[in-house]
Design a protein around this ligand. Sequence first.
Ligand SMILES: NC(=O)c1ccc[n+]([C@@H]2O[C@H](COP(=O)([O-])OP(=O)(O)OC[C@H]3O[C@@H](n4cnc5c(N)ncnc54)[C@H](OP(=O)(O)O)[C@@H]3O)[C@@H](O)[C@H]2O)c1
Length: 254
Amino acid sequence: MTNSLSANPANVLVTGASQGIGRAICKEFARRGHAVLGVSRTKPELHDPNQSNLFASLTWASLDLANTDEIGGFASSQAVSSIRTVVLSAVDYGLNGRHSVSTTLPEEWRRVISTNCIGHCILVSQLLPTLLHNAPGVVINISSDVAVLPAPGRAAYAASKAGLHAMVRAVAEEHLGDQLQIYQLIPTFQLLTAGIRRRRPAGHDFSSYGDPAIIARVVTRLADREGPSIPAGAYMVQPDGTIEEYGERAAFPR
Ligand SMILES: NC(=O)c1ccc[n+]([C@@H]2O[C@H](COP(=O)([O-])OP(=O)(O)OC[C@H]3O[C@@H](n4cnc5c(N)ncnc54)[C@H](OP(=O)(O)O)[C@@H]3O)[C@@H](O)[C@H]2O)c1
């Protein structure tokens, strides 16, 4: 990725672009011909002599989601004026190793919730006018089972993901019929990413972990409205890349 703007203004914004699922999503969008703007704190190393054309359509900008002022400046910058698709993939997983609520320190609550939840909430809310102006728009949140199921030993991460999941669901309800499609993806399996690798002990067996490209292909399929139209909502992603609706309304019919 370069940090200068490419010839075409970016129409796709991806958070968490420096590694893992976010990086795979950037690459898949670029492979499909989109001009992609990836954001993270560290610049991704994507030099690949075999795919130089691919990386030419990727641009990168520094953005710390834990810094509210930075988000405000970024969301009002020229770099996002043509964005029609926003994918939320950045994450701070918190401290390594599972630890109970009573041993989770204030700094971890603050950092994890401010990055994963508050940072993304502010970013999405400030980008909504742009998405509506450039409609049809798409928001895709890479959610998690911890957002909807108990996650002992990972409370800060779970609280942050549940908060963001709830916020994105509210956005979807507020914009029904607004030419804005809002999706949340819940992987049903582990994906081998740098963030996950760092959290596992040495010698851990990763053979059952999936390739982040599986999620990237689902994301681009939704954003490009490929095949029969898929209604906005939350979907569980299976290891073969198929998706199945997650019935979040089942228990509380309105
Ligand atoms: N991997 C899995 O098995 C799995 C399963 C279910 C759901 N998910 C979800 O998938 C998403 C991606 O996970 P992953 O495993 O690919 O994560 P990862 O490998 O840890 O990558 C996290 C990304 O977030 C960025 N980031 C972290 N703190 C940031 C900050 N303060 N400001 C801006 N960017 C920040 C990192 O870049 P910098 O450090 O350069 O800023 C990095 O690009 C997450 O939302 C996660 O909850 C993952």
